[in-house]
Write a protein that binds this ligand. Structure first.
Ligand code: IMP
Length: 473
């Protein structure tokens, strides 16, 4: 019998590394693109032929109409958000008919999950999409006789009973929130309509993925939220609520690990993080964290775009430099619109993530933005190349948030380029300074196989295997 294989692609930093655009670029090598974790908290933006879409639940790969798209049992699915996303996809003239499948074992995000997340997720800085409460109910299973964990397959087998449980969960939750004005009838009506519309995509064959692999299909698993936000391995509690590491693909993606071929990591040349939590290389440190988590009236894209970017960039204050880089890199959340905290590329963190996940090859996005460092006071690209913890060098990211916050980064300034590389399409189009930096990353982290030089599909430079030989420049 023919046998296919599966690769796993994950983000190696704190999310928003541009995973979707890399998937869009390499999708032609695969038959199936599958999600294995998370839900509508993910925000993956792709651009193609002038079309731009922010995906939240539907796997990337929608621009390739011959691909099978799959949402695995490790995901949490919000029917209303999903149907709205499908409407947006259809409006672009793209069809999901016959090729989009949701595991009948995936968990439903119910209205009370969203409510609880919005009431309680503030300190973590969650996306307010109900993700944590949905995973919590998945583990709790039952409250008395009321079903807390409801799966998409329940909509196929006993829809009326399912809606009864969803309503009961909402009513019980509302009793604990005096003063909450939510209209139960309206909420249930919207949920029911969307859930019934979603039924057509539910795949009740729980061997769907093993059958595809056995039939020779090439599968790409698409991670959401990224390694540093893993529910166990990340900076707990400032993390998401699912397993985001590469190995999780073989739990939440409904395929045995024997099909695994390679692990692909995606990072970006100027890092970002949304929500609270340690971020060693952040420009402006805790001040930036507090500013980005403050009210949108002070820090929204609309407020920041009125600032003088060149003045901020030339400032001696890293906090101001960070603001400039956020504006230039359009670092605002795709799901929440929040400003993202911005930091320099941290090679200790990147190598740690690559080793933890056994990453075989690396893609680095937003390399075009590195040229902006030429207009800073130092005029060099800052790279974090060492961590000092309690007076000693360490080569890992500590489990403790307190220790993580106390790390002193060792930062090196490397030569910057000034040329615009948005039109670069092959390695020889790149400035020597950037090639030297990529060689260094290939030697110290893992081989770089491609870089992004702009947001559009064609703004990409591929490196043939071994072209950035392990010789640090
Ligand atoms: P939650 O996943 O909504 O519970 O949020 C938990 C943390 O993960 C927060 O800091 C979020 O900002 C972060 N997070 C969740 N999804 C994403 C994503 O797709 N990109 C970046 N950060 C995310």
């Amino acid at each position: 019998m023919a046998s296919g294989f599966s690769d796993v692609l994950i983000g190696l930093q704190y999310g928003d590394e541009g995973k979707a655009r890399i998937i869009d670029t390499i999708a032609h090598e695969y038959d199936v693109i599958a999600r294995f974790n998370g839900g509508s908290n993910a925000g993956h933006t792709i651009e193609s032929n002038g079309k731009r879409i922010s995906l939240h639940q539907v796997p990337s790969g929608i621009f390739h109409d011959d691909k099978i798209l799959y949402i695995g049992s490790g995901c949490v699915v919000n029917p209303e958000k999903l149907m709205a996303e499908i409407a947006e996809i259809s409006a672009l003239g793209l069809s999901l008919a016959g090729r989009f499948h949701i595991s009948s074992l995936a968990t439903l995000v119910q209205p009370h999950h969203v409510l609880v997340d919005q009431m309680t997720g503030g300190h973590i800085g969650t996306t307010g999409q109900g993700i944590g409460p949905a995973y919590a109910d998945r583990a709790l299973r039952l409250r008395g006789t009321c079903l807390l964990h409801i799966r998409t397959g329940d909509l196929l087998s006993h829809p009326e009973n399912t809606f009864k449980h969803v309503r009961e969960n909402l009513e019980v939750t509302l009793k604990t929130m005096p003063g909450q004005q939510l209209d139960i009838e309206k909420t249930m009506q919207a949920f029911t309509t969307a859930a019934l519309a979603m039924v057509q995509y539910i795949q009740d064959d729980t061997l769907f993925m093993p059958k595809l692999a056995a039939a020779g299909k090439r599968i790409l698993f698409e991670g959401a939220q990224s390694f540093m936000l893993d529910v166990v391995k990340g900076s707990v509690p400032f993390v998401t609520s699912s397993a985001t590491l590469a190995a999780a693909a073989y739990v939440g993606g409904d395929l045995p690990p024997k099909f695994h071929r390679k692990t692909i990591g995606v990072a970006k040349a100027i890092m970002s993080r949304v929500g609270n939590g340690p971020f060693v290389s952040e420009f402006g440190g805790v001040r930036s964290e507090e500013y980005c988590m403050a009210d949108r009236s002070v820090n929204s894209r609309d407020v920041e775009k009125k600032l003088d970017v060149e003045k901020l960039l030339a400032s001696a204050d890293p906090f101001e430099v960070g603001k400039a880089l956020r504006i230039l890199g359009y670092e605002y959340g795709a799901t929440t619109g929040r400003p993202r905290r911005v930091g320099s590329l941290d090679l200790v963190q990147l190598a740690y993530a690559a080793r933890s996940n056994g990453v075989d090859e690396l893609y680095l996005n937003k390399c075009d933005l590195l040229k902006d460092f030429a207009r800073t006071a130092e005029g060099t690209i800052p790279l974090v190349t060492g961590y000092i913890s309690d007076g000693h060098p360490i080569d890992y990211v500590p489990a403790s948030v307190e220790i993580g916050r106390a790390i002193k980064p060792v930062t090196e300034g490397i030569a910057c380029f000034t040329r615009d590389i948005a039109e670069a399409r092959k390695p020889s189009d790149l400035p020597a300074e950037l090639t030297a930096m990529l060689k260094r990353i290939s030697a110290s982290v893992c081989p770089v196989r491609g870089i992004g030089v702009g947001p559009a599909r064609e703004q990409y430079v591929a490196f043939p295997e071994d072209s950035l030989k392990k010789t640090a420049a």
